[in-house]
Write a protein that binds this ligand. Structure first.
Ligand code: SF4
Ligand code: SF4
Length: 501
């Protein structure tokens, strides 16, 4: 093997006045950055291996460590930026596709931050959520064309099956295999306590988590891992995964090293074998084929559960969503190009798909114009970072949102983007038993519950400020948004006015 041309990206700085040689950093780093040098009786670091996950910095008992971007610079060049050069070195060394994880980090505009929210002043007075009831309950699923009530005011119309959520936020699909048992346990427990849902992703449902069924969405992906009748009937809803925002148009790949005994049983595949989901479902080549699968799944679950379809946000997302609604889906989950992933080809993660903000607005407008908006709910995903992103997504037309990366950050993820290596030092994106146990599911669940409760409080406050007391009244209410620093075309697609209009 020839000499690597790569240089370190990060530099470990150790304050030797503080370091007590306790070796915590050495034991905690799965990337083997830290080592003890007997000759000098000092802890040392191999900067080349550092991924900036900050585990050592956080756990060092004397705050002796700091990680910085490596000060070594390439000569200034606006075109050949260091990342472009480094990627070429890597591919020249390996001959392989560049793998990456988590979401697209490129500096595309973040449209959430170019939208501001309205508030009431004088007329239509604001509502104080501490003193007046404020409703965040959300129902995901097809709504009837019209509602009939009997003479006593009781509902006569039979409602199609719905997912009932106490707040319009769910945990998005993350498979057991891509994330750890303890991460799944945290999500499942938090979903149950919050009265919302988490999502199995494409990896099947571990036998221990069947008890969380009423708060579980079970996914059916192209690989059909872990799919059987019990699995389909275990959840509150079934979701067909067509695509995902981080890697539209391609399938999935869970490396054999992450297929432990438990993962193999859950996925119904041999231990240590690569789990490859094909890019397309081999039985879906048209909307009619999709309709057949939707109705097969409804049949398998005796028409008791909503069946949703998850797609990546791409150019013609509105037309695709219209087809999905007409195929009989009860909800459409749309995942924008910043959505996270356990592993994706870097070029696809960073360059394929569109921002979720435009996708929500385009889909909602299309379904309204066709008079079928009530037939299907919209769940938006792809980098929802805080409660105002939730509000803006719903005002643009979503019924609810999925959060994935934000949920993992609540569990301790530090966005080092190394999930595909299986060495997650925070016990999240790993199957290594020594790493998995670093995440305590009770603490994880508590942190997730706190996060969603905090966001829900903020949503209520902001709704109150708008003079709205029910999240339903915000849905598609684009008058509540204004754009700042956007082009006419961007405002037109989002269906919002400019600030001051
Ligand atoms: S964890 Fe901190 S104190 Fe302990 S060896 Fe590492 S740098 Fe030194
Ligand atoms: S889940 Fe773990 S490996 Fe993945 S980005 Fe977060 S900290 Fe890094």
């Amino acid at each position: 093997m020839s000499l690597s041309l790569l240089t370190p990206e990060f530099k470990v700085i150790r304050d030797y006045d503080r370091c007590i040689n306790c070796k915590v950093c050495m034991r905690q780093c799965a990337f083997e950055v830290h080592y003890y040098d007997e000759e000098t009786d000092k802890m040392m670091a191999d900067d080349m291996k550092c991924v900036d996950c900050l585990r050592c910095v956080t756990l060092c008992p004397t705050q002796a460590l700091t990680i910085i971007k490596h000060p070594q610079v390439y000569r200034d060049n606006a075109n050949w930026v260091p990342e472009a050069i480094r990627d070429i070195y890597k591919q020249a060394e390996t001959g392989g596709v560049l793998l990456a994880a988590m979401g697209n980090p490129k500096p595309y505009p973040i449209y959430w931050d170019k939208m501001v929210i309205n508030a009431s002043q004088v007329t239509n007075p604001s509502i104080d959520p501490l003193r007046e009831p404020m409703e965040l309950k959300t129902f995901i699923g097809r709504k009837p064309d019209r509602i009939e009530v009997d003479e006593n005011g009781e509902l006569k119309t039979k409602m199609p099956p719905q997912i009932e959520l106490n707040t319009p936020i769910m945990f998005s699909a993350m498979s057991y295999g891509s994330i750890s048992y303890n991460a799944h346990a945290s999500l499942a427990r938090a979903a149950r306590e919050l009265g919302i849902c988490y999502n199995t992703g494409e990896g099947g449902l571990h036998k221990d988590f069947y008890e969380y069924g009423p708060n579980t969405i079970v996914q059916v992906a192209s690989g059909r891992f872990g799919v059987n009748k019990d699995y389909l009937n275990a959840g509150a809803a079934v979701e067909i995964k067509i695509g995902q925002g981080a890697k539209p148009g391609i399938g999935g790949h869970l490396p054999g090293e992450k297929v432990s005994e438990d993962v193999s049983q859950t996925r119904m595949i041999p231990i240590g074998s690569d789990a490859i989901s094909p890019a397309p479902h081999h039985d879906i080549y048209s909307i009619e084929d999709l309709a057949q699968l939707i109705y097969s799944l409804k049949e398998a679950t005796n028409y008791t559960k909503p069946v949703g379809v998850k797609i990546a946000a791409v150019n013609n997302v509105a037309a695709i969503a219209s087809g999905i609604a007409r195929a009989g889906a009860d909800y459409i989950a749309i995942d924008g190009f910043r959505g996270g992933t356990g592993a994706a080809p870097k070029r696809i993660r960073d360059s394929v798909g569109i921002p979720i903000e435009f996708a929500i607005a385009a889909v909602d407008a299309r379904l309204r114009s066709e008079g079928i908006r009530h037939q299907v709910s919209i769940v938006a995903a792809g980098s929802i970072r805080n409660s105002t992103d939730v509000i803006k997504a719903i005002a643009l037309g979503a019924d609810a949102v999925y959060i994935g990366s934000a949920a993992l950050i609540a569990l301790g993820c530090h966005m080092c983007q190394q999930c595909h290596t299986g060495k997650c030092n925070w016990g999240i994106a790993t199957q290594d038993p020594n790493l998995v146990k670093r995440l305590n599911p009770d603490i994880g669940a508590r942190r997730l519950v706190n996060l969603i409760n905090a966001w829900s409080h903020e949503i209520k406050e902001i709704l109150g400020g708008m003079g709205i007391n029910d999240i339903e009244s915000l849905k598609g209410n684009r008058l509540m948004l204004r754009g700042v620093g956007m082009t006419e075309k961007e405002l037109e697609i989002l269906g919002i006015k400019a600030a001051g209009e």
